[in-house]
Structure formats: structure tokens, C-alpha cells
Design a protein around this ligand. Structure first.
Ligand SMILES: [Zn+2]
Length: 206
């Protein structure tokens, strides 16, 4: 058994049985630390993360594998994401008490489960052939960045962004996956919609 975050392929010799062992330690703790999840929610989120980590080891893909569950029960939303670069992140939303020991179906109630694969955004998956008996490290890493937040704000449009700055003095956006906060002051917000192309180095020469 590996004792760190990893996916470990295994194979029973003389039989056709093979599989993957997934071990989540620091990566799971990092996900669970971002929000004050009750124990039953931690269990469900942990299982969902283990499921996507296992699936990501089984399916060849380049990008993100995302499991989303939305229901009317106490566990409202569950999102677990694994990338081909072997990173994990996840989030859960709940209302009221999620029963301990209940199944995912019981916790979520009537709802839907969607599994999607988003292409791109990760390192190419395994150029070489399948390697057996080698474990691969897993890590919690959020894909959010200042650039992504800026792109999102641009889609809101300049008037909306300017009125947010006027009202609040600055814009703060908190990523719900990792709780990282991005702050844009009036100058930053103005630069989002700066007119004209940026000067290229050659244009600077006289
Ligand atoms: Zn984030």
C-alpha cells in the first residue's frame, strides 16, 4: 500500500484481474480544509474524489474528468474533478443534516449525476505504454488563476465591472474550490478594458 497520495496499478499474475489502488491523504485533506464540511459530507466528497481519481487512471483522456451530482436531498451539490495531470479538486454544498452512513443516492435524493470529460488544460496523458506496478503521485491543485478571474470579469462587461468598483471600491472574487481570494482595485479593473493593442517590443524602438 502506498502511504502518500497516489494511484497504484496492480495486476494479479496468472489471472486477468487488474485494477488501480487510489490513496488520498494530503490531497483529500487540502480539499476538505477549504470548507467546514460536516463528517457525512466529508465522506461523500472523499468517495467522489476517489472515484474520479480511479476513473482518471482507467480512461485515456487529456483534460479534466468531472463528476457532478445535484439533488434535492440534504447533499445539494457534489463536484469532484480529476485532471490528466493528476490533480484533484472538489466541492460540496449541503443544507440541513446529511445523514452519516447514508448512500450517495440517499444523501442527494432525487437529482442527477453527470460525468463529463473536458478536453485540454492538462498535460498529455502517459506518452508511453501502460506501466504496471508504478505509482503516480496525486495532488490537490486548483485550476483557478488571476487570468481566469479577469477573463470572467471581462465577460460581465465594462459598465458592470465599473459599477462594482464604484460601489465597493474594489472587486474581490473568492474561488469556491480553494478559497483563494483575488482582489482587483480600480486601476486593475480599468486595465481589463484598456483600449488598443499592447505595445510590442519592436514598436518601442525609435
Ligand atoms: Zn481555486
Amino acid at each position: 500500500m502506498p502511504d502518500t497520495d497516489s494511484i497504484h496499478r496492480f495486476l494479479f499474475e496468472h489471472s486477468s484481474i487488474r485494477g488501480n489502488l487510489v490513496h488520498l491523504d494530503a490531497s483529500l485533506r487540502a480539499v476538505l480544509e477549504t470548507h467546514p464540511y460536516p463528517p457525512a459530507v466529508r465522506v461523500q466528497l472523499g468517495q467522489a474524489l476517489a472515484a474520479v481519481a480511479l476513473l482518471s487512471a482507467t480512461i485515456k483522456f487529456n483534460g479534466s474528468l468531472i463528476l457532478q451530482v445535484q439533488g434535492r436531498g440534504p447533499l445539494r451539490t457534489l463536484v469532484a474533478q480529476a485532471t490528466s495531470a493528476r490533480t484533484l479538486r472538489g466541492i460540496a454544498r449541503w443544507e440541513g443534516e446529511v445523514p452519516m452512513g447514508a448512500s450517495l443516492a440517499e444523501s442527494c435524493g432525487e437529482g442527477r449525476l453527470v460525468l463529463t470529460i473536458e478536453r485540454g488544460g492538462g498535460e498529455p496523458y502517459h506518452e508511453d505504454d501502460v506501466r504496471l506496478f508504478e505509482s503516480e503521485p496525486l495532488a490537490f491543485r486548483c485550476g483557478c488563476s488571476r487570468r481566469r478571474i479577469e477573463d470572467m470579469l471581462r465577460t460581465l462587461g465594462e459598465p458592470e465591472v465599473r459599477s462594482m468598483v464604484t460601489e465597493q471600491g474594489a472587486i474581490t472574487v473568492t474561488c469556491e474550490f480553494c478559497n483563494r481570494t483575488y482582489r482587483l482595485d480600480a486601476v486593475d479593473a480599468g486595465q481589463l478594458f484598456a483600449q488598443g493593442p499592447r505595445q510590442t517590443p519592436s514598436a518601442v524602438h525609435h
